[in-house]
Structures are given as structure tokens and as C-alpha cells.
Ligand binder design. Structure first.
Ligand SMILES: [Zn+2]
Length: 365
């Protein structure tokens, strides 16, 4: 096996070696004999096997045993600095080129066991149900397509209107009056013909309207509008199907997103069950917010933020590059204060009737 060094830099300072991979953190190692520095230099010249490394170090006058080298390589792996060389390319130059930056991103999280191509394969094998291709949804579709999600089912029942253009950059002037899901499909297919797209052009008036579209789905993402309970319907459909869901939205300049991992995290119904005591001002304010219908003030920069936050959380579920940040929680981002964020976990509701619908999961799931 050949190992490859990730893009990092290092410098000897006295008997120490300072290594930087992620600019947020530097690593300082004791290296009095300069062996680690020599190992990094040899690896920096290209992928090497242990015997090749030993020869390269020997040529520089650094005498080490294969056992010592094995430990050194293990140490670098533990620090997240190396990965398996064969895991960097899919073997298809067209795919490697198209997903050049995606592969580089996954490289941060790759190691000797998880290849950057494994992360990409998971994305390309995934089937995501996108709920709503309007405000946040049209940016979400573009992000998912850019990541290379292999199959998309797009659900919406709206037609393209002139008033959508402030924030829905999937659509063109000539699309006015036409089905959004059909135009979104055309966009995806023109963008990446490898992505399979299915469209569902219908209204959703309850969780049962989603029951027939969750088969074979790995994740539900987006958010339906039009009814205050729409989020709860999606939640129930996702929990019943045992499929994670990610949703988000904006109220004026407050963005928020949530995710639900059925059977693992609390669900949106758990959050809703935690209502303030009836008759209090807090309950009244919440009721007003719940029923509030404002003229849609969602502008492009906000809609794109919502779409991208949902896409990134979706990527956490699909690849496991990081644990989902919003599982069983609401993450709020207040743009009045720049990007001030807060994370409010949903309450644990042991008798939540919706959580009880989650299919049993095996320990491995
Ligand atoms: Zn629940």
C-alpha cells in the first residue's frame, strides 16, 4: 500500500517540528533527530510504500527500520495528515475532473481506511427527495447537483412566476407559467446529464401525500410552504419511512435549519410539543408567529444561505464526513448580527407519538 501526504506545510524550530494542515490548528511534534521532518519531505515528493520510504530516507542519510517507519506513518495517520494514495482517484478521469473540488474537500476527512472517493461514491449513490423547488429549494437543488447527488426526486406544484426571480435562480424568463419541477429537471439535466431526476407535481395536504415518494429515498431535504403544519407533515412522513430529513427557512433576517434522524434524534413534533403555558404572553407570541402570513421578503442572498445550509447538513448525513450538526436541534443564524449562530436542542419527549412511528433500527444503522 502506498500512502500520500495531504496538503500540509511544516518547519523545524529547534528540536521541534511545527506542522500546519488546517489553518485553525497547528501541530507541534518533538523531532530532535529530524526523522519526522525527513519522512514528511519524502512523502511530500509523492505517494510511497514503506520500503520506498525507507530507501528515500536512506538516500538522505537517515537510517530507519521499516518498523520505525510503520509507526511514523501510523502517527501521521492519527494526526489526519495522510491517506491511502489509491483512494484519491475514482479511476474515471472525467469524474475526477468534474468532482475535482468535491474530492479535495473530502480529502480533509479521508484517512487510511476512508478514501476521498468513498465519500464521493456515497453522494453519487444517494437518492434525495427535494421538497419544494422555490425559495430555498432552488438553491438546494443547485448545491446537491454540484455535489453530484446521483438521483433527485423533485416535488412541488407551483408554476414559475415573475415574482420568484428575486431569489430562484434556477428559472429563466421564458419559464414563466411552466411547471417548476419540470423546469428544475431541465436545469439539472443540462447541468449534469449523469444525474437522474424524477418529478412529482402535486400539492401536499398531509403526511400521507408523501408516503408513496419515500421508497428508496436516502434523505428528504427542503421545506414545503403553504400551510403552517407542512413541516410537521414532512417530519411525520420522514420518521414513518425511517429516512433522515433536513429542513430550513427564513423569517425576515433570521435563518434556521433543523434535521431529524428517525429513531435516533428527537423529531420536529417533539419540538412543537414544548409549547409555553397557555394564556401567557410567550404562548400568544408563539401562536402569532405560527399563524403569521407575511408578504414573502425572502431575497436571493438569504434564500441561497438557507439552501446551502440544508445542502451541507444533507452532505453530513449522506457521507458521514462529520456528524449532523442539527440532528434533533434547531440552528438559528441571525443575520442582524452578521452570522451569530445558536443551537437549541429539541426536548426529549419519550412518549412522542410521531417518534413512535420510526421503524426499528438495527444497531449497525
Ligand atoms: Zn418526536
Amino acid at each position: 500500500m502506498r500512502v500520500a501526504l495531504k496538503e500540509c506545510s511544516w518547519r523545524a524550530v529547534g528540536e521541534d517540528l511545527v506542522i500546519v494542515f488546517d489553518p485553525r490548528e497547528s501541530i507541534t511534534l518533538e523531532d530532535p533527530e529530524g526523522k519526522i521532518g525527513a519522512l514528511l519531505t519524502a512523502l511530500g515528493q509523492g505517494p510511497r510504500s514503506i520500503p520506498e520510504l525507507r530507501a528515500a530516507l536512506g538516500a538522505r542519510g537517515v537510517d530507519v527500520t521499516e518498523e520505525e517507519l510503520g509507526k511514523g506513518v501510523e502517527g501521521l495517520a492519527g494526526l489526519g495528515l495522510i491517506e491511502r494514495a489509491g483512494g484519491r482517484s475514482t479511476g474515471d478521469p472525467v469524474v475526477d475532473e468534474r468532482h475535482f473540488s468535491n474530492l479535495a474537500f473530502f480529502g480533509t476527512f479521508a484517512d487510511l481506511d476512508r478514501h476521498r472517493t468513498d465519500f464521493l461514491r456515497r453522494v453519487r449513490d444517494a437518492h434525495v427527495l427535494v421538497l419544494g423547488v422555490g425559495g430555498g429549494g432552488s438553491s438546494l437543488v443547485q448545491c446537491l447537483a454540484g455535489l453530484g447527488v446521483g438521483r433527485l426526486t423533485l416535488l412541488d406544484h407551483d408554476r414559475v412566476e415573475s415574482r420568484n426571480f428575486a431569489r430562484q435562480f434556477l428559472y429563466r424568463h421564458e419559464d414563466i407559467g411552466r411547471s417548476k419541477v419540470e423546469r428544475a429537471r431541465a436545469w439539472v439535466q443540462a447541468y449534469d446529464p449523469d444525474i437522474e431526476v424524477r418529478t412529482v407535481d402535486r400539492w401536499v395536504a398531509g403526511p400521507e401525500d408523501l408516503a408513496d415518494v419515500t421508497d428508496g429515498i436516502d434523505l428528504m431535504a427542503g421545506g414545503l410552504d403553504g400551510h403552517p403544519d407542512a413541516g410537521l407533515w414532512v417530519n411525520e412522513a420522514a420518521v414513518r419511512a425511517g429516512v433522515p430529513m433536513v429542513a430550513g427557512g427564513a423569517t425576515r433576517t433570521l435563518l434556521s435549519y433543523i434535521s431529524v434522524n428517525p429513531g435516533v434524534s428527537p423529531c420536529l413534533a417533539c419540538e412543537f410539543s414544548q409549547r409555553p403555558v397557555e394564556g401567557t404572553a410567550a404562548a400568544a407570541a408563539e401562536d402569532i408567529v405560527y399563524g403569521m402570513r407575511t408578504t414573502n421578503p425572502l431575497i436571493g442572498p438569504l434564500a441561497m444561505q438557507v439552501g446551502s445550509l440544508i445542502a451541507l447538513e444533507s452532505l453530513r448525513y449522506l457521507t458521514g464526513f462529520q456528524e449532523p450538526l442539527a440532528a434533533g436541534a434547531r440552528i438559528r443564524i441571525d443575520l442582524r448580527d452578521g452570522l451569530a449562530g445558536s443551537r437549541v436542542p429539541f426536548p426529549d419527549v419519550p412518549d412522542c407519538p410521531v417518534c413512535a412511528l420510526a421503524p426499528a433500527r438495527s444497531a449497525a444503522a
